[in-house]
Design a protein around this ligand. Sequence first.
Ligand code: DAH
Length: 339
Amino acid sequence: MKEKINKYIADISNIDIKSIDDYNNFTKTYLSKKGVINELFSSFKLLSPNEKKIVGKDLNILKNLASKKKDNFQFKSKSSNKHTNIDLSLPSSYDPIGSLHPLTIVQRLIIDVFLKVGFNISYGPEIEDDWHNFSALNMPENHPARDMQDTFFINLNPDTLLRTHTSSVQIRYMESNKPPIRIISPGRVYRKEDISARAHCLFHQIEGLYIEEGVSFIDLKQMINYFLQSLFGKKVKTRFRPSFFPFTEPSVEVDIYWGLETETDYKITKGTGWLEIMGCGMIDPNVLKNVNIDSKKYSGFAFGMGIERIAMLIYQIDDLRLFFENDINFLNQFKQKNY
Ligand code: DAH
């Protein structure tokens, strides 16, 4: 190995980089990922400590020599014409510091699908009142469905709470807008859950609402299938399971078949390969009545999904807590995915 290194040192010393082609050839041969020097370093790792001592120094000399040679090459404009198109006063490109959070990336992916078919984004407050979070959604005070929501009340005031779902934004939007309505509402929601690998007291949802004349269950199904195919590819296998939500009738839950290729797949899908992606249904006429929309004239559908679950599946993350710890080593892995 020592001879090899010395030969390369001699070769490089004799190389004269004159053109951009020379420069590209040089960096490709010596300094690229599969270049000579990287390969030497890979073999170096396998040497015994004694052998390392013998060749280590020379290997570093070779590396520094090659880098210097590369850095010494001065790029010149091809023509000597003074009126070149290159504006040297422009700032150079730079590697931006930081990256988007994986939940932001997935949220944007989901939103983009709906923006393409005419939905608008509408936000609502995280601190809500009973009416918007429960009553207007057909969950009156003693409705059993309220039991499913472990609510954080603020200052023990039963009328001020942290919203338990983004469905509250449906009500806010319908109160101040008339159909046709097509919105999606992303945001944080809160539930009094013990924090574990599968549950958190804070998570993110995206809500959807579509109201117009003559909307039927077929429209809902078509929209959901379009969404899932856009996000997971045309071949995605889906199933609609009958379910119950007080604000939709009929209600369904939608699962996708993800498969069981990795341990994470097992954990997230509880060993079935199927993952519940969202709840949805046709808006209950009582909800429309609560916001003064004529349920004889208009009908519509709504859907709601959790963002964390989808992100866990896409990125193979098996512990929900990672999303909230802001560990830089975790976040850095998403650096290349800033779309
Ligand atoms: N709000 C429900 C939840 O948090 C999810 C949901 C189900 C939203 C059905 C909807 C819907 O809009 O139609 O579990």
